[in-house]
Design a protein around this ligand. Structure first.
Ligand code: G
Ligand code: G
Ligand code: MN
Ligand code: NA
Length: 254
């Protein structure tokens, strides 16, 4: 079988699983959100990470059924945690270029929310800056449609693309995610520190939330807090974990 055939079979056989990585408000110590990250549990191969199959899924269109499954599963999980009496948190789902451009996206998202019985405000879609800039006016129109549904929008990998600040002003966003490449060399790289704190103050002045990705050390967390960024995601707090493990993190988190 070709890799494409294997991936097609994986869709039919339901071989995907979501892991969840907490995003924490460092002021309160509380988990405020979970990013859903897809993995392929390939029989005989173990866990395959998205870096090894999302590009192929995009090329072949298999990203549609996979993305649909991810949305449904993530919404259902967010609702299940609420039903367990855990403090509600936002669930954040990555959306790739082809998914974002697809005609039925709005319907797919609405269906996933409806089936799960999840209030739209608990769902956040992450889109990358480069995706948005490929077709700026189309993207802005799409973002407005999603905003009308009541879901939140975040720009992933912020700072790696080239959105002009005037374009950024036109996006109906709730959050910027500072790309982890800027965080990795803090506190050793003065340029990265300058860029990171500039992104944080930009976000704040525009009334957006800002979360830093890839936070691995206390020093990085301290720098971010001093720069006014309270939301962090990274190995310092937790790796992406399975559903069960995430439930326990939430239970112990007040
Ligand atoms: O999970 P990992 O840490 O390997 O993630 C690598 C990349 O895969 C990230 O950039 C993330 O945006 C992407 N990714 C993870 N899950 C999904 C998903 O469900 N859909 C899409 N389109 N991309 C995902
Ligand atoms: O932005 P994107 O959606 O690509 O980000 C999610 C990816 O980042 C996942 O592959 C996740 O495993 C990875 N990741 C999460 N936290 C950390 C971290 O602290 N350090 C590194 N190097 N990668 C991380
Ligand atoms: Mn992401
Ligand atoms: Na990112």
């Amino acid at each position: 079988l070709s890799r494409t055939d294997e991936l097609r079979q994986a869709v039919l056989r339901d071989e995907f699983v979501l892991h969840y990585q907490p995003q924490v408000d460092v002021q309160t110590g509380r988990i405020i959100a979970a990013e859903a990250l897809v993995r392929w549990q390939r029989p005989g191969e173990g866990l395959v990470y998205p870096g090894d199959f999302i590009a192929l899924a995009e090329e072949t269109g298999l990203i549609m059924p996979i993305g649909q499954w991810v949305l449904k599963t993530a919404c259902r999980q967010a609702r299940a945690w609420q039903d367990q009496g855990l403090r509600p948190i936002r669930i954040s789902v990555n959306v790739s270029a082809r998914q974002f451009q697809e005609e039925r996206l709005i319907e797919t998202v609405a269906d996933a929310l409806h089936e799960a019985g999840l209030d739209p405000s608990w769902l956040e879609l992450e889109i990358t800056e480069s995706l948005i800039m490929k077709d700026l006016s189309g993207s802005i129109a799409r973002m407005h449609e999603l905003q009308k549904l009541g879901v939140k929008l975040a720009v992933d990998d912020f700072g790696t693309g080239y959105s002009s600040l005037s374009a950024l002003k036109r996006f109906p966003l709730s959050r910027l995610k500072v790309d982890r490449s800027f965080i990795a060399d803090i506190p050793h790289d003065a340029d990265d520190m300058a860029i990171t704190s500039a992104i944080i103050s930009l976000a704040q002045k525009m009334g957006l939330e800002v979360v830093a990705e890839g936070v691995e050390t206390e020093e990085q967390a301290r720098f971010l807090i001093e720069s006014g960024c309270n939301q962090i995601q990274g190995y310092l707090y937790s790796r992406p974990v399975e559903e069960e493990r995430f439930s326990r993190l939430l239970e112990g988190n007040g």
